[in-house]
Design a protein around this ligand. Structure first.
Ligand SMILES: [Zn+2]
Length: 639
């Protein structure tokens, strides 16, 4: 258990390291990018996800290229590669090739572009690792060169075995023997992680770009400090939330430290043992200023009260019309699973200055405990759709023979597809299964992106190094024998599965990875806490029509275009092209279209998504006249 609080040191000095020296190599903190058509569809979704992580954890932001002189153009080349730093060449290419469509890999390539070499290229690396030159594939030795302190800087951050910029022990090896041997043996299986930015990666990047705040981060609290992160007891209640480390009716300890850190381990508790029905207490956040768009509130709740005790999640929004604030209720949680810390997500939609309010309400039934809160995070992102909690995972791993598959319950995605995945030997696969809406769905299933995330239960979302993989359903993909469509209706291409309770359904083929996470990495970080692990699962189709719009960032859609099946197909922007548009998406004001590329530049703040289906054969087109409705202001989310 790590009991150390996280702080950023403020000292900057130039010593030897892996960042390129020279202001000419810096990008502006908002980097123009273009996603080329050559990219795989899944890669595009992963790239946008990586941008979300940059926004959450650093001050680096990404914006669709609008004709700026220098920009990063992402394409599918032969592998994953990038130049180091801003080379000021106009269109600077960065390759996300086959099998590069992983979050850690995309973050890694963009760190190169932002100005970082590999961690083992630091001038001081020989103090920390031995390079086994005779085991390196001949001709690949240059990958292990170092950069001295005239060209590179470590930004006063110590050598980091856990960097996402570090090679793995077997990089460019001839046989199976390692090419990199860490001087501290415990780090042999640490080097080469491609999960997420490490703390040092973030520290270096934030120093290099003088970040003082991240682009979209909103708030995080684990209630360890006495000031409880600036949260207050709101005026609306007649009782209070208390900062405690143990409650006789439960929980016995907090979630953050599981009671294992002396003098630490606090949570907020609303007792319902005494008092009368209707008693309430308001725990209110400080003023928050989230970026408009969707936000996700994540927290752990321990319910030891009565079944009719309630937790209400409110937001009080302040604007000119409502200077005292206007209350909006987002969720009510009652009863629920007793006797353990449970993970909850609430989607918020906040546009102005606001406070988040946790309201505890005592019910009529007798109680021996109450409601407890810990590890709150509010971030600018959509919440995962489903939580799959794996209890007693150590025992599960010990007793499960290698190769055994474990299937999650079936979940229904908003698009109507049900899915499941399995971590067998820490492999994860995504399957479509038969569900109640199959008759009204389009088959083969078009362009749904599934995200499977194993949560790093570190309390601050900015420091979480969760492992995630994404899979996209390509409706044109064929089965291995070429006889049927891979993502077709599971009733047609799947096999019948009968559950222990006698219920049955069809399960289609699965796609994913057999190397999702090694067992040693699984035991690192805080993937397992209290012997439980959480998979967060989502299936998302809108990502391909909206891109980062959902985060309240600059829209990347069609400025103004009407593309119709019969004849009219116009746009005001010459860069708009509708190649491969053949997917429909419905909105409450019509039918939308799907673009193969969404990275065309825009100059107006007005957005329009009044779009229609375009047949594939139209290809690229140019049309000068505007026809259609211009949609102003923030985009409405699809219903
Ligand atoms: Zn690299």
């Amino acid at each position: 258990v790590h009991c150390i609080n996280y702080t950023w040191l403020d000292i900057i000095s130039l010593t030897t390291g892996n960042s390129i020296i020279g202001d000419q190599y810096r990008w502006p903190t908002t980097i123009p990018y273009y996603l080329e058509d050559s990219l795989e569809m899944n890669a595009k979704g992963v790239i946008l996800k990586a941008f979300e992580q940059y926004r959450l954890k650093t001050c680096i932001d990404f914006t669709p290229w609008e004709g700026e002189k220098n920009y990063i153009s992402v394409f599918k080349g032969g592998g994953c590669f990038s130049s180091v730093g801003n080379r000021r060449v106009g269109k600077q290419q960065l390759s996300i090739g086959s099998n590069c469509d992983r979050l850690g890999t995309v973050e890694h390539e963009f760190l190169h572009a932002l100005g970082f070499w590999h961690e083992q290229s630091r001038a001081d690396r020989d103090d920390y690792v031995n390079i086994m030159w005779d085991r390196i594939e001949p001709g690949k030795e240059h990958n292990f060169k170092t950069y001295d302190d005239t060209v590179s800087s470590a930004l006063n951050v110590p050598y980091d075995y856990g960097s996402v910029m570090h090679y793995s022990k077997t990089a460019f090896n001839i046989a199976s023997d390692p090419t990199i041997v860490t001087k501290i043996p415990q780090f042999m299986d640490v080097i080469g992680q491609r999960m997420e930015f490490s703390d040092s990666d973030l520290l270096k990047l934030n120093r290099l770009y003088n970040c003082t705040t991240s682009s979209t981060f909103v708030d995080s609290c684990n209630f360890e400090e006495e000031n409880i992160c600036g949260m207050i007891q709101g005026p609306g209640g007649n009782t209070k939330w208390e900062q405690l480390s143990s409650v006789s009716g439960g929980p016995q300890s907090d979630f953050t430290n599981q009671g294992q850190c002396k003098g630490k381990g606090f949570f907020m508790h609303f007792s319902t043992v005494s008092g009368k029905a209707g008693d309430r207490a308001h725990l209110e956040s400080r003023f928050l200023y989230p970026k408009p768009g969707s936000q996700c509130l994540q927290f752990f709740l321990y319910n030891s009260g009565a079944a009719d005790d309630l937790l209400n999640i409110w937001v009080r929004e302040y604007d000119k019309v409502n200077p005292e604030g206007r209350m909006k209720l987002f969720k009510t949680i009652s009863g629920g699973v007793m006797g353990s810390w449970e993970l909850h997500h609430v989607n918020l939609d906040v546009r102005t200055k606001s406070r988040v309010i946790f309201e505890g309400v005592k019910g009529k039934l007798p109680s021996t405990g109450g409601l407890s809160l810990d590890d709150i995070n509010l971030s600018s992102a959509s919440c995962p759709q489903h939580i799959w909690r794996l209890r007693n995972i150590t025992g599960l791993l010990a007793t499960t023979p290698p190769g055994t598959k474990l299937y999650s319950p079936r979940f229904l995605s908003p698009a109507g597809y049900s899915f499941q995945d399995r971590p067998g030997y820490m492999a994860t696969y995504f399957h479509l299964t038969s569900g109640p809406n199959d008759h009204s769905l389009k088959w083969p299933c078009p362009w749904q992106q599934a995200t499977m995330l194993l949560l790093d239960q570190q309390s601050d979302i900015r420091r979480q190094m969760s492992m995630q993989r994404m899979v996209t359903t390509d409706p044109n993909k064929l089965s291995s024998d070429g006889k049927e469509y891979y993502w077709d209706n599971p009733r047609k291409v799947g096999s019948l599965v009968t559950e222990a309770d006698g219920s049955s359904y069809y399960r289609g083929p699965g796609t994913g990875t057999s190397v999702f996470l090694s067992h040693s990495r699984l035991k690192s970080r805080k993937f397992i806490k209290g012997d439980d692990a959480f998979f967060l699962l989502s299936v998302d189709g809108e990502r391909f029509t909206f891109g980062p719009n959902r985060q309240g960032h600059k829209s990347e859609g069609v400025n103004s275009s009407i593309c119709q099946e019969r004849g009219v197909h116009q746009t005001v922007h010459f860069r708009l092209h509708c190649a491969d548009c053949e997917i429909w998406w419905r909105r409450n004001y019509g039918v939308g279209l799907f673009f193969r590329s969404w990275a065309w530049p825009l100059s107006s703040s007005e957005r329009n998504f009044e779009c229609f289906r375009i047949p594939k054969h139209f290809g690229q087109f140019h049309a000068p006249n505007l026809v259609g409705t211009v949609w102003s202001g923030p985009l409405p989310l699809p219903t």
